[in-house]
Design a protein around this ligand. Sequence first.
Ligand SMILES: [Zn+2]
Length: 324
Amino acid sequence: MMKSNSSLPQSDEESGRFEIVSCLSCGETSNRDFIFAQDDLTGKPGKFRFVKCSSCGLVYQSPRLRLDPIKEFYDNEYIAHRRKTNGGWLAPLLSWVLDGVERRKERLTRRYAQIRTATEVLDVGCGAGGFLQRLRERHGAKTTGLDFKDLSGHPSLVGSRFYCGIFYEQNFNGKRFDLITMWHFLEHDYDPAQSLATAGELLADDGRLIIEVPRLDSRTAAWFGDRWPGLQAPQHTILFDREHLEKMAKSAGLQVVEYLPYGAFPAYYYLFTGVAFKLLRGRGLNVRRALLPYFLGQVLLFPVMLFERKLNLAMQTIVCRKAS
Ligand SMILES: [Zn+2]
């Protein structure tokens, strides 16, 4: 059976880059195949296995690339790290699309947390820092970003403290945060339970933690199967349905105060890329060439996307606080 998935580790040398993972939630080592996926976004070679825990049912990647070799998959092709200047004549459009995501994050956040001067905000997996820049410039928030890739030289991060590395290995010197955000971070994490516990320790008593991840029990996941953009192998190490996301947060000592079957990240992106990945069958998406069709599709589907919050299309968000 493994022969047909020839890009999983074959040689000893190759398997040195991979590690077998026990369940990231309950520690169980026994599991069964769930789905095989590849890096449909860039078309890089490799087929990766997601398994379902035999005990708690969590879906996660095993074997997975170790932390060092995974870094080559977070290059400039990676959307969260994309510079805004490489879209050619469509650069303003790309810039508008990317800024739109930051605007939506800001709006969503302000429904659950007050952002004002001196509000301490930590964005875990901050990428190039556009969200933090927005909160700092428009609301005077004190912003801190963390990413495992060193993006400290990026202009959007000027004015923010920046930590580079693994979240739960950092020393924040006893600092507490009024707001911690994880926008599409947790599904990349190598130890999400520990990250959630760390976030709980760093939260101020009345602070809020906002987590957005792709939703495994969503419509696009059912429609696109092994081409579902939410699989994003090998970067996504864990695939959350609603049940497991909430359960893991509670196990980490957090109280879930709100569950949303959508996120700041537009579900339309998954609709578009899901169709594109189906058509391209692993050849990789040329972002420059895709920009115009992306924009046209967005105009076309605008009436449908007005109901995005009710359709359970792709994303989910939870708002947490410390359990009392
Ligand atoms: Zn488990």
